[in-house]
Design a protein around this ligand. Structure first.
Ligand code: HEM
Length: 405
């Protein structure tokens, strides 16, 4: 049963013409046509800034240009509130996601180095090995749920391998990461964080006593300007790195594979010319953005002829940037000859995704290894593919079938 969808009162400073009814979690349509439903919000004569009455009431800029502008402006827009309604942030302060500069810059100075492109390049053989073994194990089956059997498996295994943790921890960690982003009701936020703490603290302590060159060692031995990270900070930082890299990559892969299942000509082109895969991944990332994260207005700010008041919340949909037809002609078309322009799929500015290089590498390798072994596949006849909205859009399941050889 769907949760009740409470309606918030419209504050007096909101112009009436801007009020809409759009639920970033449960908007009717999101579950079947995710990106199209977001686009409907921005279509026609809709203002550049709307106010929705759902999830406590918040702003949504509808133009790519403004979305980018707000991402870039941490002076006016704080990350203290990353989700709507704001109560969802209670007891939940991810590092670095919910901090503003200058503190956030110090955290980023710890996270960025182990995720730099040249470092990720050095673990490419490991990622290829993991992707290959996952596809090899599935190939003979002729069917799978792509989300559970491949898309969610790869990023958690890559994390475990780079963090120097055993593959046997995959199910436990995946379970906790999923409870954090998509609570089933079996655990509350405090319980999930405690379970992540119970898992991480002994491993953090081991790496502090005996540092290696693995990802976890680099994160937990990182220093703030004038002090070591506290254990609680190390836990919140490692948790965000795990959680942020799981659903995102899994969903991007699943949206891409769903699209490829309906476009055999592109599948065959990429299988026979894998050197085109990096460019294809860039186009897919533009076409299938996933993140709609919030900011809190720090001081009154005017946009599109409307004042947003200090304390208001703005949700920045990366979908409305990558698919803005004012910027990208025929945005739902896959076009490798398209002129490269900035989009916000990985965010912009100080919080821009530090995992972008890892994500791109995982997506490229996953497509290359899959298409080399299973170039032809389709959605299982009769299966329904559903999506979930929220901070990160997800594909709930993607039953694929192919001719097993
Ligand atoms: C297709 C995959 C991915 C997408 C679309 C994506 C998207 C994003 C976006 C839009 C942000 C900015 C959030 C904001 O401005 O508040 C972000 C931040 C972040 N991402 Fe990613 N991400 C992806 C993969 C990854 C991976 C693989 C990792 C793991 C290393 C990762 C770790 C993070 C972290 C730690 C942050 C917070 C950075 C900060 O607040 O300074 N992401 N991501």
């Amino acid at each position: 049963m769907n949760e009740p969808r409470p309606i918030a009162e419209v504050p007096s400073h909101v112009q009436t013409a801007r009020v809409v009814d759009f639920d970033v979690y449960n908007e009717p349509g999101l579950s079947h046509e995710f990106h199209e439903t977001w686009l409907r919000l921005a279509g026609g004569e809709v203002p550049g800034l709307v106010w929705t009455i759902r999830n406590g009431g918040h702003w949504i800029p509808t133009r790519g240009e403004d979305i980018a502008k707000i991402y870039l402006d941490h002076e006016n827009f704080s990350s203290r509130v990353m989700q709507v309604p704001r109560e969802r942030m209670a007891g939940n302060r991810p590092i670095p996601g919910s901090y503003d500069p200058p503190e956030q810059n110090e955290f980023r100075a710890i996270i960025n180095p182990p995720l730099l492109p040249r470092v990720i390049q050095s673990i490419e053989p490991t990622i290829s090995g993991l992707a290959t073994s996952l596809v090899e194990n599935l190939k003979g089956r002729g069917e799978c749920d792509y989300v559970a059997d491949f898309a969610l498996q790869l990023p958690i295994r890559v994390f475990l391998s780079y963090a120097g943790l055993p593959e046997s921890d995959a199910a436990h960690l995946r379970h906790l990461a999923e409870e954090k982003v998509r609570p089933t009701g079996k655990m509350d936020v405090a319980e999930v964080m405690q379970a992540l703490r119970d898992y991480l603290v002994p491993r953090i302590e081991a790496r502090r006593a005996n540092p290696g060159d693995d990802l976890l060692s680099q994160l937990v031995n990182g220093r703030m300007k004038d002090r070591a990270l506290e254990v609680d900070e190390a836990v919140r930082m490692c948790s965000q790195v795990i959680v942020a890299g799981l659903d995102t990559v899994a969903s991007a892969l699943s949206f891409i594979m769903l699209w490829l299942s309906k476009h055999p000509e592109v599948r065959h082109e990429l299988a026979s010319a894998p050197e085109k895969i990096p460019a294809a991944v860039e186009e897919f990332l533009r076409m299938f953005p996933l993140v709609a994260i919030a900011r809190e207005v720090r001081q009154d700010y005017e946009l599109d002829g409307q004042v947003m008041k200090k304390g208001d919340i703005v949700v920045l949909s990366t979908m409305l940037h990558g698919l803005d037809e004012r910027i990208f002609e025929h945005p739902m078309d896959f076009d490798l000859t398209r002129r490269r322009q900035v989009n916000s799929t990985f965010g912009q500015g100080t919080h821009r995704c530090p995992g972008a290089s890892l994500a791109r590498t995982e997506l490229q390798i996953a497509l290359r290894e899959w298409l080399a072994r299973i170039p032809d596949f389709g959605v299982k006849p009769g299966a329904e593919v559903l999506f979930t909205g929220g901070v990160v859009a997800t594909v709930r399941q993607l039953p694929l079938v192919w001719q097993a050889k």
